[in-house]
Ligand binder design. Structure first.
Ligand code: UDP
Ligand code: MG
Length: 371
């Protein structure tokens, strides 16, 4: 694209940036004048308690390209970004932070890649943040890759250019720091290809950062967990992880019952396999109910056939478990070792059969239903 032809909205989420906002907007004006005949600059004042909103209003009064969106009260980074996307009216939307941690003139390097790419992301090749932030960011990136399959070098880099049509209707649910990741996950799943290019990152000289505040981090993790369970997680992984969690808790309770019975009652001390059987039966009630009503996700009511399958798996597990215990006892193992080995045996049985008979099948049914 001839660079002066780009129709461009530039916006900044801004929370308590009174010392930076004027310089940020001035830099934006300079680059926008250089690369676009048709641009707007939007300041999203995210409920600032300082003079950010007032300064932004003054700037808007002095230049018709500048607009201001006010939040009251503060809603968080993701909410501010999403308001900016919704307020934008031009063909392409670019946003960065209002704290002068990026060199806005590098926007030109992003614009070079449109219209070939609909999303161009600047990654910070040398991030100027404290060591712990870098470690946290690395962990966050890995987690997003594992949970959602997101393949982006620098998820939270605030230097991104989108085609507005591509981004404006993405049904993002989160409004905290998870928004960047959620948006990219959803776009990646739509088959959008990201162009990533290196950008300079500078230390924050004025104002205070909020990205590492415990409340911000806690909210981001809550959002990550919710969005994983509600929508974006691989349904098979969710079901399997619930199944394993339930099994682990149950095994523990089962062992406690076994130890309690064999160590307190002579009859069970003389009949270890009987004790194990009784412990297993006691534990089978919560595990059966848990599997039937918790492992299966919302919107997939469990059928009678599923109940029968679950019941059969559990009944078979009962026999395998007690048979394995007798076997290991006959082989001369101490009863606690035999107990652990027997549990291992029924664990392998449970996992493989539940996967084959229940979870895999259930996914097929769900996919079939929604297709
Ligand atoms: N910001 C916002 N709302 C908030 C927190 C931050 O709009 O609740 C803005 C902030 O003014 C800045 C950008 O989001 O422009 C990134 O915030 P910050 O620099 O504090 O994050 P960090 O760089 O530490 O990750
Ligand atoms: Mg910053």
């Amino acid at each position: 694209m001839s660079q002066r032809n780009i129709s461009l909205s530039i916006f900044f989420p801004a929370f308590n940036e009174e010392e930076n906002i004027r310089a940020t907007v001035t830099q934006a004006q300079a680059i926008a004048e250089k690369i676009s005949n048709d641009y707007e600059i939007i300041v999203v004042n995210d409920g600032s308690k300082d003079r950010t909103g007032k300064i932004a209003d003054e700037l808007a009064a002095s230049d018709h390209h500048i607009k201001v969106v006010h939040h009251n009260p503060n809603q968080g980074y993701g909410a501010a970004v999403w308001s900016g996307v919704q307020a934008a009216t031009k063909d392409y939307v670019f946003f960065t932070d209002a704290d002068l941690q990026f060199d806005l003139s590098e926007l030109e390097n992003l614009v070079e890649h449109v219209p070939q790419y609909d999303v161009v992301i600047g990654y910070r090749y040398k991030r100027q943040d404290p060591f712990m932030r870098l470690v946290n960011a690395k962990g966050w990136n890995i987690l997003n890759r594992i949970l959602f399959g997101l393949r982006v070098r620098d998820i939270d880099s605030a230097f991104k250019l989108f085609k507005r049509d591509i981004v404006k209707d993405v049904p993002v649910k989160t409004r905290g720091a998870m928004l960047s990741a959620e948006l990219l996950v959803r776009l990646q799943r739509q088959g959008v290809v990201f162009k990533e290019i290196p950008v300079t990152h500078l230390p924050r000289l004025k104002g205070s950062p909020t990205g590492a505040k415990p409340s911000v981090i806690v909210r981001a993790f809550k959002e990550m967990i919710n969005i994983y369970h509600e929508e974006l997680g691989d349904i098979r992984h969710i079901m399997l992880s619930k199944f394993v969690m339930l099994g682990a808790v149950n095994t523990f309770v089962d062992w406690l019952w076994y130890l309690a019975l064999t160590r307190s009652f002579g009859v069970f001390a003389d009949h270890l396999v009987l004790a194990k059987g009784v412990a297993f039966l006691i534990g089978s009630i919560p595990i059966f109910l848990g599997n039937a009503y918790w492992v299966f996700p919302k919107g997939s009511p469990i059928t009678t056939t599923d109940h029968i399958k679950l019941y059969s798996i559990l009944a078979a597990a009962f026999f395998i478990n007690t048979a394995a215990l007798s076997g290991f006892l006959i082989l001369g193992f101490n009863d606690v070792v035999a107990l652990i080995l027997a549990t291992g045996t029924s664990f392998v049985w449970n996992m493989s059969v539940a996967w084959i008979l229940l979870i895999k099948d259930r996914v097929r049914i769900m996919v079939y239903k929604t297709a």
